[in-house]
Design a protein around this ligand. Structure first.
Ligand SMILES: [Ca+2]
Length: 219
């Protein structure tokens, strides 16, 4: 009798384990596998276009108080885009891209001159035509500060008005560029660090788990 009771209990436990496993497998993938990579650092930096360019662009690879800088005598207007690519994302094949977030740590040497102008995502080495965000009116959102501060664009569910594949994100030519604008000369804009985080969902695993109740449950 005692032996029978133990066996029934063991069978019940095995059934509960199987049902619990099935529920986990059937849950929406996003509940189980939402993930993110970043913030990653860029490895390749460049001035995109002509005009007054940024010096020491490679200094935007780390938050270390070494800067990519504009010249003090830069004419007024928008800077040449400072691009960062080579973020070394390695998102698994078949994943769904949910959001893209970029961060720029920057400052300037004279108050109230430079402000964030716009940023564009770069796909396979080519700046996107529509994936663009603007820094906003500096009289409302503020000018670039005198001490390093990081501004964030995009987020976990923001695809910047476009769709992105895993190959787009993992591509060495994926990244973004940053521009600043000034109405006055006499300030140096300094970019310390450009980084990115990508949010994604792993593909659903439709393969049932291998369960051996006899092996897993001691009767
Ligand atoms: Ca730096």
């Amino acid at each position: 009798m005692k032996r029978l009771f133990k066996k029934e209990t063991g069978i019940k436990l095995a059934l509960m384990f199987i049902i619990a496993s099935m529920v986990l497998v059937m849950m929406p993938a996003g509940m189980l596998y939402a993930d993110a990579i970043g913030p990653n650092s860029g490895t390749s930096f460049a001035n995109i276009g002509f005009g007054v360019t940024w010096s020491n662009t490679q200094n935007a690879a780390a938050s270390d108080n070494l800067y990519a800088t504009t010249p003090l005598s830069k004419p007024t207007g928008v800077t040449v885009p400072l691009s960062a690519t080579g973020f070394n994302f390695n998102i698994p094949s078949g994943s769904t891209i949910n959001g893209i977030e970029v961060m720029v740590e920057r400052s300037q040497t004279t108050a109230g001159r430079y402000y964030d102008d716009h940023l564009r995502l770069i796909r396979n080495g080519v700046p996107s035509t529509s994936a663009i965000k603007y820094g906003g009116n500096p009289n409302v959102v503020g000018f670039i500060p005198l001490t390093d501060a990081t501004i964030t664009f995009g987020g976990p569910t923001d695809l910047w008005s476009e769709s992105w594949t895993v190959d787009d994100i993992n591509n060495a030519g994926f990244g973004f560029y940053f521009t600043a604008r000034t109405s006055y000369t006499g300030s140096i804009c300094k970019v310390d660090f450009m980084s990115m985080t990508v949010y994604y969902t792993l593909p659903s695993d439709t393969t049932p788990p291998v369960i051996d109740p006899v092996a897993d449950i001691t009767l």
